[in-house]
Design a protein around this ligand. Structure first.
Ligand SMILES: [Zn+2]
Length: 81
């Protein structure tokens, strides 16, 4: 377990609004201070956010993401990853 790993509670788990992947966590980039979704690992000790493993939507989901983004933007919602 790397030092940077951060334990997360179940209530901190997020789902990607673009592709629907769950078990993610919001982390803040140390480089630019921007929040991003990263992968959460399940271990015997609990759930740990992996700051160096940001979530990247699967290429197969691009069409779905584009449709979801168009719908979100029509509703005034903008996501940045
Ligand atoms: Zn995603």
């Amino acid at each position: 377990m790397a030092k940077a790993d951060r334990r997360v509670s179940v209530t901190d788990l997020k789902t990607c609004k673009r592709c629907g992947v769950g078990s993610l966590s919001w982390e803040t980039s140390r480089r630019n201070g921007k929040p991003y979704l990263c992968i959460v690992r399940r271990t015997r000790e609990g759930l740990y956010a992996m700051p160096y493993q940001p979530h990247k939507c699967h290429p197969d989901d691009v069409a779905r993401m584009d449709a979801a983004r168009a719908q979100d933007e029509a509703n005034g919602i903008h996501f940045e990853f």
